[in-house]
Design a protein around this ligand. Structure first.
Ligand SMILES: Cc1ncc(COP(=O)(O)O)c(C=O)c1O
Length: 411
């Protein structure tokens, strides 16, 4: 794609205006598919790996590159754009701007929390083996470093779920943290987040949730779900670039989070704050005699942002916010139902829990030689993910039943 020459309107303001004037309209899948270029090339079912971008995201990144080419440093435009992306993420999960930090990835968001949460003396941490490995490794290290006595790693049952009773049994008054993924990366099981959060709060534990396979798939409201912190990246179901993620922390629990590390963007007197107060960014020295964490969630923003990624993330958020998230979820269920029916007819063993309240966008089924299947499908322009003795298919709202038929026929 060719880069355009600079225009008189700053690119950041142009995209903001777009969002304000667009109302939610019913999904027009033919139009959506025109806006997502991968759909004209392949049947793409690896949204749980990397979501393909819409044209909006690609254009926004190209405009940023043009701006960078022509102006070099341009913080006057980049900083408001970063703030705006945080606001949009907040809108996506029902949170306020002050509750959202822009971070490079989910792992760093979880690490920031692990180094800030208050640990109960002789306490325990409750997690599930359905969590992504980061959300497990991290807690083993806290035990190694003596911040927790015990890590209670819940195992899935033969149905691929961790029943609520297991959470209930594991969480007690000594539980400091309950950390859970909205949807499991490994088998697509959707967790009962609200119920888990409720149990955790009855024992005064801090609830952390990773919504990487939830956001963009079904509507999420962090407040209604009752989680104290939520981390989410942009490069999967949100169809944004790598290198941009967000960390939500509930405002009424923020004062309990006391970071063990900090960077120049995480202090109260940061350049962003100076800009918000319309002060000169570098007009006075920074006070290096103390380190005062920001009073809002930006205390978790360390060093400089990956601006190019955040530009894409902002465009991806704008794109998703134009659509009704419930309608997207209905489409995902329709398309995955079609896949599940077809797999059953073929006698394939499905490893994803199929109860309606456990469903997500991920369908995992057994396969004797997943790498060979992956390669064969790839040669037919069908993208899935190869896993341990299994194939993971993760269709999105923009996929069609015809594409699923193509996959089933190839299998
Ligand atoms: C649920 C979940 N959380 C976190 C990650 C890793 O995120 P990041 O690379 O942004 O740290 C993944 C990656 O697949 C994931 O599936």
């Amino acid at each position: 794609m060719k880069l355009s020459t600079p225009t008189s309107t700053p690119f950041i303001l142009r995209t903001e205006n777009l969002e304000r004037h667009q109302a939610l309209s019913p999904l027009n899948i033919d139009l959506v598919r025109k806006e997502i270029p991968v759909t004209s090339r392949r049947a793409y079912f690896d949204n749980a790996g990397t979501g393909p971008p819409s044209i909006n995201v690609l254009n926004a990144i190209h405009e940023y590159l043009t701006d960078w080419r022509d102006y070099g440093e341009n913080w006057e435009e980049w900083l408001p754009m970063i703030i705006e992306s945080r606001r949009l993420f907040g809108k996506m999960i029902g949170a306020s701007l002050e509750e959202v930090a822009s971070v490079p990835n989910v792992s760093s968001a979880l690490t920031a929390l692990a180094s800030s949460v208050k640990y109960k003396p002789n306490g325990n941490i409750v997690i599930s083996e359905l969590n992504f490995p980061t959300n497990i490794y991290l807690w083993h290290l806290q035990k190694k470093h003596g911040r927790t006595n015990e890590v209670r790693l819940l195992r899935k049952d033969q149905n691929g779920t961790v029943p609520l009773e297991e959470w209930e049994k594991a969480i007690d008054d000594n539980t400091s943290i309950v950390s859970v993924d909205y949807v499991s990366w490994t088998n697509g099981c959707r967790e009962k987040i609200r119920e888990i959060a409720k149990i955790a709060h009855e024992h005064n534990a801090f609830v952390i949730a990773d919504s990487f396979h939830g956001l963009g798939v079904f509507p999420i409201n962090a407040k209604q779900d009752g989680v104290d912190a939520l981390a989410c990246g942009m490069y999967k179901w949100m169809q944004g670039p790598h290198g941009a993620a967000y960390l939500y922390t509930r405002s009424d629990r923020l004062s309990e989070l006391d970071p063990n590390y900090i960077g120049w963007h995480g202090v109260e007197d940061s350049v962003v704050r100076r800009m918000s107060k319309q002060e000169d960014l570098f007009g006075k020295p920074f006070n290096i005699d103390i380190a005062e964490p920001a009073l809002d969630a930006t205390r978790f923003e360390g060093g400089s942002w990956g601006v190019v990624s955040i530009v894409g993330a902002k465009a991806a958020l704008e794109y998703a916010l134009k659509q009704d998230q419930q309608e997207r979820y209905h489409r995902i269920l329709k398309v995955t139902d079609h896949l599940i029916d077809g797999l059953k007819k073929k006698g394939r063993k499905i490893l994803t829990p199929l109860q309606s309240e456990r469903r997500s966008g991920i369908v995992v089924f057994e396969d004797e030689d997943p790498q060979a299947t992956f390669n064969k499908l790839k040669s037919l322009n069908i993208t899935v993910a190869s896993r341990v003795k299994a194939i993971r298919a993760s269709p999105h709202y923009y996929n069609t039943e015809e594409e699923i038929d193509k996959l089933l026929a190839a299998l």
